[in-house]
Ligand binder design. Structure first.
Ligand SMILES: NC(=O)c1ccc[n+]([C@@H]2O[C@H](COP(=O)([O-])OP(=O)(O)OC[C@H]3O[C@@H](n4cnc5c(N)ncnc54)[C@H](OP(=O)(O)O)[C@@H]3O)[C@@H](O)[C@H]2O)c1
Length: 244
């Protein structure tokens, strides 16, 4: 138990694999205590073990972002363990499935993607906000994607991924949600931003991405460690600002 210790406390959702795992590893390398949010017990515990073996002060947080009770329990666990939360990385995400042509999609596919990628972020953020408000420098990072950029989608020749009426708009929605939070929280010390990790080889895309998950984690780690005068309500990748 390190209740109200000086050590920075972070929670990364969907941290059992992929980019989330690497964000947890990167934040852990800073000496932070990192909650590994994951819905599957076996995958969670094996990630925690692997992180600990690498010297990270990691702890498991059972967490399904689509489940109110699970999210409430996760906030209770962090409250009990640390008494506050400094950094929340909303990384958990899904594509929603392969069949995403707008004219033939099953509406349930869209709902499923939005439920995890957008509503899940709102659910987790609001559950964690009382703990974040106790931090001296709270940061929230929402893992978005450049495929949610309407500017890029309406720019001929820009790389925006395959047509995907569930996944891509869910990230556009998440970007809009991020801006709304930043507006409400503008007079607080909470900085909230959206991140694009680039196209990384993970389960999400059948490992077709061209970047490593470690590379994808870099932008989230940067936004998680922003100085107090850092930006809020923005959308960033490794190269800087991503157009909405
Ligand atoms: N890979 C890319 O090229 C890319 C590009 C742009 C943005 N992103 C975004 O980056 C984030 C991480 O993706 P990734 O590429 O690392 O994919 P990934 O390897 O498939 O990892 C996704 C993580 O989210 C978790 N997750 C999914 N639904 C969840 C739920 N309901 N509750 C809790 N955890 C849940 C997964 O847990 P399980 O193991 O239990 O399924 C897994 O840990 C996502 O938000 C994704 O949209 C990825």
């Amino acid at each position: 138990m390190n209740r109200m210790s000086e050590q920075t406390i972070a929670l990364v959702t969907g941290a059992n694999k992929g980019i989330g795992y690497e964000i947890a590893a990167g934040l852990g390398a800073l000496g932070w205590s990192v909650g590994v949010g994951a819905r599957d017990e076996e995958r969670r515990e094996s990630a925690v073990e692997k992180l600990r073996a690498a010297g990270v002060d990691a702890f498991g947080v059972p967490l399904d972002v689509t489940d109110d009770a699970s999210v409430t329990a996760a906030a209770g666990l962090i409250e009990e363990r640390a008494g506050r939360l400094d950094v929340l990385v909303n990384n958990a995400g899904i594509t929603g499935g392969e069949a995403q042509m707008p004219t033939t999609v099953d509406p349930v596919t869209v709902l499923t993607a939005v439920e995890t990628n957008v509503i899940g972020v709102i659910r987790v953020t609001n559950a964690m906000l009382p703990l974040l408000r106790r931090s001296a420098s709270p940061r929230i990072v929402n893992m978005s994607s450049g495929v949610g950029s309407l500017t890029r989608q309406s720019t001929p020749g820009a790389e925006t991924g395959p047509i995907a009426v569930a996944y891509a708009p869910s990230k556009t929605f998440l970007n809009a949600v991020t801006v709304q939070y930043a507006k409400e929280l503008r007079d607080t010390n909470i900085l909230i931003n959206a991140a694009c990790p680039g196209y990384c080889a993970t389960d999400l895309n059948g490992f077709r991405g061209v970047r490593t998950p470690e590379q994808g984690a870099v932008v989230a780690i940067r936004l998680a460690t922003l100085p107090d005068d850092g930006p809020t309500g923005g959308f960033f990748d490794d190269a800087g600002v991503v157009p909405w």
